[in-house]
Design a binder for this molecule. Structure first.
Ligand code: NAD
Ligand code: UDP
Length: 339
């Protein structure tokens, strides 16, 4: 397949690009490098089946030649990044998603949207199944990301239903691993870097809020399974618009509906801090800071649908995954001017 990955120089995009190139596919990576780094894809540069285009996907997107798939991963992703870039976040979720859906339609390519567990907001249901509509404030600081992704999902479903584009939506839950930026502000990278540097681990609030962490290799395997699964209802839904109008809200009936991918092992933030201290053998203290506005109190994926539809579930245990990530950050911090 010839595949365009937007956001391909970022953490997840670069892992997807590498995996697809290794499987024999051709990858075009498009990225404006706002939070991504060329270093993430340096090992792919010069490969005959890899190309990089520095570009903002909010502008008219043109790609020479045929495309079999478009994977839309461009977006600031860590709370620190999207709170720093609120308007760019809304634009890439809105205008950017529209542009790349237009490209997928023009090329007859399959389209996969990187959505997020943040569409569930501060959930009142735990764990979260895909049928849960969420609890999101459109006007809170986090709303820029949550609403951009909710709009992107709506736009993706509209292109599927109205134009017959063969679409997929993955709702990604907290994922970590090598190539995260040491200073991206996410909890796992913050805690590991702080522990390795002997600084206090910055727990926000009392640390009782929960998250469920997936290792990047597991996530990539799940996303590629969703990308590759063949389509069933695309033509039927394009020719019978009435069928989607009469579909019951919340019905989940095809691979075009969103799929949660994440690890269902749920921990408190304080538990993660303790685990990082144990695995790094650090003697750092824990320091407490105010909880950011609208920080979700719980988060855990219901992965029944991924299990049934894709036969997917995570395989890498949390301790192993943290150990691999700790080794990565140890190496990064040993390099001069790494932060
Ligand atoms: P990242 O910041 O490492 O990667 C995002 C990439 O998008 C960066 O390389 C950035 O430069 C690029 N980008 C941003 N705006 C762009 C634009 N307008 N045009 C072109 N490129 C642009 O973040 P990530 O963790 O790799 O996240 C990738 C995707 O997965 C995002 O869409 C994010 O919302 C989603 N996601 C990630 C997680 C996670 O835990 N990592 C969880 C849920 C959803
Ligand atoms: N968090 C924390 N200390 C940090 C960074 C984050 O306690 O240094 C908390 C944050 O308040 C949230 C959880 O860890 O409850 C996960 O935060 P992250 O930014 O990784 O992602 P989120 O799940 O909020 O998008």
């Amino acid at each position: 397949m010839r595949i365009l990955i937007t956001g391909g120089a970022g953490f997840l995009g670069s892992h997807l690009a590498e995996s697809l190139v290794n499987q024999g596919h051709t990858v075009i990576c498009m990225d404006n490098l706002s939070t991504g780094k060329v270093e993430n894809i340096a090992h792919l540069m010069g490969h005959e089946r890899f190309a990089f285009i520095k570009y903002n996907v909010c502008d008219y997107v043109h790609v020479e030649g045929p495309l079999d798939a478009v994977m839309h991963f461009a977006s600031p992703a860590s709370p620190q990044d999207y709170l720093d870039m609120p308007i760019a976040t809304l634009k890439v979720g809105g205008l950017g998603t529209h542009k790349v859906l237009g490209l997928a339609k023009a090329k007859g390519a399959r389209f996969l949207l990187a959505s997020t567990s943040e569409v569930y907001g501060d959930p009142l249901v735990n764990p979260q199944p895909e049928s849960y509509w969420g609890n999101v404030s459109p006007i809170s600081p986090r709303g820029v990301y949550d609403e951009a992704k909710r709009f992107a999902e709506a736009m993706t479903m509209a292109y599927h239903r109205y134009h017959g584009v063969d679409t997929r939506i993955v709702r990604i839950f907290n994922t970590f691993g090598p190539r995260m930026r040491p200073n991206d502000g996410r909890v796992v990278s913050n805690f590991i870097v702080q522990a390795l540097q002997g600084k206090p681990l910055s727990v926000f609030g009392d640390g009782s809020q929960t998250r469920s962490f997936c290792y990047v290799d597991d996530l990539v395997r799940g996303i590629l399974a969703l990308l590759m699964i063949s389509s069933d209802k695309t033509v039927e839904q394009r020719t019978d618009r009435k069928s989607f109008l009469t579909k019951q809200n919340g019905d989940q009936d095809s691979m075009h509906d969103p799929v949660n991918i994440g690890n269902p092992r749920e921990l408190t933030v304080l538990d993660i801090a303790k685990l990082v201290l144990k695995l790094t053998k650090s003697s750092s203290e824990v320091s407490y800071h105010p909880l950011p506005a609208d920080d979700p109190k719980v988060r855990r994926p219901d992965i029944t649908r991924a299990r049934t539809l894709l036969g997917w579930e995570p395989q890498v245990g949390l301790e192993d995954a943290l150990q691999k990530t700790i080794e990565y950050f140890r190496a990064v911090l040993a390099r001069p001017a790494s932060i």
